[in-house]
Design a protein around this ligand. Structure first.
Ligand code: F6P
Length: 522
């Protein structure tokens, strides 16, 4: 599979020239005036997601050059290599195969280029585990003695299930209370335990590696609490979701649901890590979530680049980061159930693409991942939107809105939708006030993602779309989006510091750490 880093393609130089000539000065308002078809040209349908890109600082000629960039970089070949189960995670020598988790059994032969026996074998394992996991979810849902389910996990073993359980609250039919404990800060678990009874609680220990210090510490405390409270049946009250079943067994957990090292942590909500989602919305709902994601996978895999939504979004991300120099993107979900979406996307994109070297380890001469941040609308409007409208930096905003409301309160939903439209409009149009305090420069870019309804299927599609757009920018940048070495150093140092908090030994520490250590011990 030939990949060419984006800055080594002819299109890169052409884009630089186009940016200097017209791109930098492009005014979206004038672009709309010049082209009555702009909305049609720069918006599109994808499975479950309608996207309006027309308020962005792009035009047809820039998009065409970006498509050349994608082609010259070997994006399609790289994408096909992912689907075919090649070891594109080169630093860990692993396949990147979360798409297989949502591939229906009937679609086995579709991934051209993959060894059929290997695919069939992996897919059989996927479906056997999925069936077992969903049967367990249904059994638990029917178990009236269980009132509370506590997911203990962090990062990808927390954010995906938590985000999705919240997002799909309208579909929660189990009657169980779902809790998420991630932080090693004991305040989090300690605040939950007094409200739980061992005989009514199931703890799910979610950890791909089953070695993550936060999760192991919380799991040990949960188990100790369970036994202290007179709990006896660990097999009934603890389950593990992990690739490391042996470690879960050694911990004393016998109810386990596995997955495989080709599932990255931040891509794992489709695996056994999704069990809390299945408990909340049921097996059928979970299958719909997978089906929505699969529909987006098929779109990404087969749609022409020009009409391929993850490709268009990923290319826009490159255009903004490397040509306009925009260093962040604000996520504005106008749906309170999507309140953990920004946190989820932070891990997805920043852990994937927050890299300063390419896949061969060579330092990159250009910027990569932007900072992602955000809060649900309309809350953000009364906080940081001031900066988005009138600050010195341009921050592209990604609005997510949902046409249908699933509550019956009068007046709220039109007001919500009016606000999201108004914010996107205000960012673009601006307001002339002779440059004074009430002046809005306008021409501030935004993307508008619209779902008809927030359902398991549409959520699945929305998240898969985000995964693939991250793939696209990472692919063009030439990086390995699927490792995360950047999280390791802090873990190692924390291991070194912890005993020093007990002993006071400051040997070899820098002055600041030594000073803080002494203060914490005084
Ligand atoms: O420290 C980062 C990380 O490895 C993430 O990539 C991962 O999602 C998280 O920790 C949790 O890891 P695990 O599921 O192995 O406990």
């Amino acid at each position: 599979m030939a990949r060419t880093r984006c800055d080594r393609t002819p299109a890169w130089a052409q884009l630089q020239a186009a940016y200097a000539a017209t791109g930098q000065a492009l005014d979206v308002r004038q672009a709309f005036e010049a082209d009555a078809q702009r909305f049609t040209r720069l918006s599109q349908e994808a499975p479950y997601v309608f996207a309006d890109l027309s308020k962005n600082r792009i035009d047809a000629s820039t998009e065409a050059l970006l498509m050349d960039l994608a082609r010259q970089s070997g994006l399609s070949e790289h994408r096909d290599a992912m689907f075919a189960g090649q070891k594109i995670n080169n630093t860990e020598q692993r396949e990147v195969w979360h798409v297989l988790l949502r591939n229906p059994p009937s679609a086995q032969a579709e991934y051209a280029g993959a060894a059929p026996e290997f695919i069939a074998g992996e897919q059989a394992k996927v479906h056997a585990t999925l069936d077992a996991m969903l049967a367990y979810a249904e059994q638990l849902r029917a178990d009236t003695a269980i009132t509370d389910v506590v997911n203990i996990g962090i990062g990808g073993s927390d954010l995906g299930p938590q985000m999705a359980v919240l997002a799909l609250d309208a579909f929660a039919t189990s009657g169980k209370r779902l809790h998420f404990v991630s932080n090693v800060d004991g305040h989090e678990l300690a605040a939950k335990l007094p409200h739980l009874k061992p005989e009514n609680t199931v703890f799910l220990i979610a950890s791909k590696t089953f070695t993550t210090i936060e999760t192991m510490t919380n799991a040990a405390s949960a188990k100790a609490w369970f036994l202290e409270q007179g709990g006896t049946n660990i097999a009934r009250h603890f389950a593990a979701l992990t690739t490391n079943v042996a470690a879960a067994n050694a911990f004393g957990i016998t109810t386990t649901f596995g997955f495989w090292d080709w599932v990255g942590g931040r891509y794992s909500m489709w695996s056994a890590i999704g069990l809390p989602i299945a408990i909340a919305i049921g097996a059928q709902g979970f299958r719909e979530l997978l089906a929505g994601a699969h529909a987006m996978d098929e779109h990404f895999r087969t749609a022409p680049l020009e009409q391929n939504l993850p490709v268009r979004l990923g290319l826009l991300d490159v255009w903004y980061r490397n040509f306009h120099g925009f260093s962040s993107r604000s996520i504005a979900p106008y749906h309170s159930a999507l309140r953990r979406l920004p946190a989820y996307l932070q891990q997805l994109e920043m852990e994937s693409n927050g890299k300063r070297v390419d896949a061969s380890g060579e330092a990159l001469p250009f910027d990569t991942c932007p900072v992602l941040w955000g809060e649900p609308g309309t809350n953000g409007q009364h906080a940081y939107f001031q900066m988005l409208h009138q600050g010195t930096e341009v921050v592209p905003v990604e609005f997510v809105a949902v046409k249908k409301a699933r509550h019956h309160l009068k007046g709220h939903h039109p007001m919500l939708l009016a606000n999201v439209l108004a914010q996107a409009q205000a960012l673009m149009q601006g307001k002339d006030d002779a440059g004074g305090h009430k002046h809005f420069t306008g021409n501030r870019p935004s993307t508008f993602l619209l779902l008809d309804d927030l359902t398991p299927a549409s959520l699945g599609a929305l998240i898969a779309m985000q995964e693939h757009r991250v793939f696209v920018s990472g692919s063009l940048w030439g990086i390995n989006s699927f490792d995360q070495w950047g999280v390791e150093l802090g873990k190692v140092l924390a291991k070194d510091i912890e005993p020093r908090l007990h002993s006071g030994d400051a040997t070899g520490l820098d002055g600041s750490t030594a000073g803080l250590l002494a203060r914490l011990r005084s």
